[in-house]
Design a protein around this ligand. Sequence first.
Ligand SMILES: [Zn+2]
Length: 96
Amino acid sequence: MSFLLTCPNCGVREVTDFGFGGEVSQRPTERPTWRELNTYNYFRRNVAGVQREWWVHRSGCRAWFLAERDTRTNEVLWTALPNAAPSPSPGTAVAS
Ligand SMILES: [Zn+2]
């Protein structure tokens, strides 16, 4: 399924211009336990709904940015560079 994404630097492009970086997750503490490290590396929430994600403009400016996307419909609610990202929308899946 194809959809459009808006690069914060370049504007609207086909999703094939971008690389998916996965859902935003909470990094483990400075000295994580094996369980914390394995959970961080291998477990994803894989929500059916709105989630915050990392994307990279692979075929363009190569910038990493954040997006909120509904995984059921591929509707992209917003994109922003990490320092300009808004607070999570109500009901958005974001690691705590
Ligand atoms: Zn770009």
